[in-house]
Design a protein around this ligand. Structure first.
Ligand SMILES: Cc1cc2nc3c(=O)[nH]c(=O)nc-3n(C[C@H](O)[C@H](O)[C@H](O)COP(=O)(O)OP(=O)(O)OC[C@H]3O[C@@H](n4cnc5c(N)ncnc54)[C@H](O)[C@@H]3O)c2cc1C
Length: 398
C-alpha cells in the first residue's frame, strides 16, 4: 500500500488559515469564552463564529452543498489538528463533538423531513444536539449490546421508554439521537431523532463530573417516558442502530484524535517556553536530562499518533472502513494516553505553577482524562486490536 500524507497546496493554505485563526482569535479569548459560559453568555463565541463564517471556515467538515468545504477525511484531519490546539477551537468552527458526528449521521441517514427540520439550524449553530447511547448500569456502556431503552411500534408511531446518561450537551440540546432496542441481537437496535422538548423527555440532571462544565458539554441524565415519535424519526432503517453507530464512531474517533494531538502539541510548546527560562540547580530545566526525556517521549508519542491517525484516515478515504477499525482503535488509545501523559508532565514540569489555575494544564488534564473512557474505554479498543491480530486480520507493519 502506498501511503502519502502530502497535502495539496489548497489544503496546506487552508490549514495555515485555520492555524492563524486559532492563534489570533481563539487562544487569546479562551478564558473570556469560559468565563461568559459560566454566566450562560455566548457573546465572544458567537462573534468568533461569525468571523469564521465570514472567512469561509465554518463547518469545514461538511460537503460544499451544505456550506462546508468538502474536504474528505484526510482534509478534515489536517484542519482538526489545528483547531484542536485550543479545546474551544472546534466549537468556534462549529465542528465539535457531538454536533459534528450528528450532522454526519443526519446527512447520511435521516429522512428528508427530519433533515430539513434539524440539520440547517444545527449547521448554522442556532441549536445544539446530543447523542444518547450510554445508559446507567445494567444498560449500554462499554458493551452497547446491553441496551435497555426500548422503542415499540404503535400504529404509525414508535414509543420510546428508557434511561440514558452521559448524553453530552443533552440538557441544552434541541434534538437527540437516541439508540433504542427494537429487536434482538446485532439487528436489534435502532436510532431515532427525538425532539429534546417532546412530551415525556425528562432532563433529570447534569451529572457532576471531574472537569468543570465547558460550553454545552454537560453530561446529561435523561429519562424517556413513553416518548412518541413518527416513523420518519428512524435513522436509516429499523435495525441499523449498531451499524450506524460504527459509521458514526470511526471517523468521529479520528477527528477526536486530531483535536487531541493539536492540544498535546500546544501544551508541549508551552512547556518548552517554561523550561528554557526557569533555572534549577545552576542551569535551565531544559538542560536537565530527565526533563529532556519527557520532551523526547512526548514528541515521539505525538508524532506516532499523527501518523497512526492519518494512516487510518487514508484507509477510510479508500473505502476500507472495516479494515480501518482496529487501526482507529489503536490510534484512539494511543492518542488519548499521549494527551493525558503530556498534560500530566506539563503540570509536573511547571511545578506549583502547573498545579495552579494560573496555567490551564490542571483544568485541561481534568477534561482530557475522559478521553480514555468516552467513545469506548481503553480496554474495549484493546480487545478489538488483540482479537483482529490473533485471528490474522491485522497487519502491524503496513
Ligand atoms: C466525558 C464523557 C462524555 C461522554 N459522552 C457521551 C455521549 O455524548 N453519548 C453517549 O452515549 N455516551 C457518552 N459517554 C459515555 C461513554 O461512551 C461510556 O462511558 C463508555 O462507553 C464506557 O461505558 P461505561 O461508562 O458504562 O463503562 P462500563 O461499561 O461500566 O465499564 C467500566 C470499565 O470496565 C472496564 N471494561 C469494560 N469492558 C471491558 C473489557 N471487555 N475488558 C476489560 N475491561 C473492560 C473499562 O475499564 C471500563 O472503563 C461519555 C463519557 C464521558 C466520560
Amino acid at each position: 500500500m502506498t501511503i502519502s500524507f502530502e497535502h495539496s497546496p489548497e489544503l496546506k493554505a487552508l490549514r495555515t488559515r485555520v492555524r492563524s485563526f486559532v492563534d489570533e482569535h481563539v487562544i487569546p479569548n479562551e478564558w473570556r469564552i469560559l468565563e461568559e459560559d459560566q454566566h450562560k453568555k455566548r457573546d465572544t463565541l458567537t462573534a468568533l463564529r461569525e468571523r469564521a463564517k465570514s472567512e469561509g471556515l465554518f463547518v469545514p467538515h461538511l460537503p460544499k452543498e451544505h456550506g462546508g468545504l468538502g474536504l474528505g477525511i484526510m482534509g478534515m484531519c489536517a484542519l482538526f489538528r489545528e483547531m484542536g490546539r485550543s479545546p474551544l477551537g472546534a466549537a468556534c468552527f462549529n465542528c465539535d463533538a457531538p454536533d459534528q458526528g450528528n450532522m454526519d449521521l443526519l446527512l447520511r441517514s435521516a429522512k428528508p423531513s427530519v433533515r430539513e427540520k434539524w440539520l440547517a439550524p444545527l449547521v448554522r449553530a442556532e441549536i445544539t444536539s446530543g447523542f444518547a447511547m450510554t445508559e446507567p448500569a445494567p444498560g449500554a456502556g462499554a458493551d452497547p449490546t446491553n441496551l435497555r431503552t426500548r422503542a415499540v411500534k404503535d400504529g404509525d408511531s414508535w414509543v420510546i421508554d428508557g434511561h440514558k446518561w452521559y448524553t453530552t450537551g443533552g440538557g441544552d440540546a434541541s434534538f437527540l439521537i437516541v439508540m433504542a432496542r427494537t429487536g434482538e441481537g446485532r439487528e436489534g437496535a435502532t436510532m431515532f431523532v427525538v425532539d429534546r422538548h417532546a412530551q415525556g423527555v425528562e432532563h433529570v440532571r447534569d451529572v457532576p463530573v471531574m472537569s468543570p462544565p465547558m460550553l454545552a458539554h454537560r453530561e446529561a441524565e435523561l429519562r424517556f417516558h413513553g416518548v412518541r415519535v413518527s416513523e420518519e424519526a428512524v435513522l436509516g432503517n429499523v435495525g441499523d442502530g449498531f451499524r450506524l453507530a460504527q459509521t458514526r464512531l470511526v471517523p468521529a474517533r479520528l477527528t477526536h484524535c486530531m483535536r487531541w494531538l493539536g492540544w498535546a502539541d500546544r501544551a508541549l510548546h508551552m512547556c518548552r517556553e517554561y523550561v528554557v527560562t526557569r533555572e534549577s540547580f545552576g542551569k535551565t530545566l531544559a538542560h536537565h536530562q530527565m526533563i529532556q526525556k519527557k520532551f523526547a517521549d512526548a514528541a515521539a508519542g505525538i508524532h506516532a499518533g499523527n501518523l497512526m491517525t492519518l494512516h487510518c484516515a487514508s484507509m477510510l478515504e479508500q473505502g476500507l472502513d472495516k479494515e480501518a477499525r482496529p487501526y482507529s482503535s489503536m490510534a484512539k488509545n494511543h492518542v488519548a494516553k499521549v494527551l493525558c501523559q503530556v498534560l500530566d508532565d506539563a503540570i509536573q514540569m511547571h511545578g506549583a505553577l502547573g498545579f495552579s489555575e494560573d496555567m490551564p494544564f490542571s483544568m485541561w488534564y481534568r477534561f482530557a482524562r475522559s478521553a480514555r473512557i468516552a467513545d469506548g474505554p481503553d480496554e474495549v479498543h484493546d480487545v478489538v486490536v488483540a482479537r483482529d491480530f490473533l485471528r490474522g486480520a491485522l497487519e502491524t507493519l503496513v
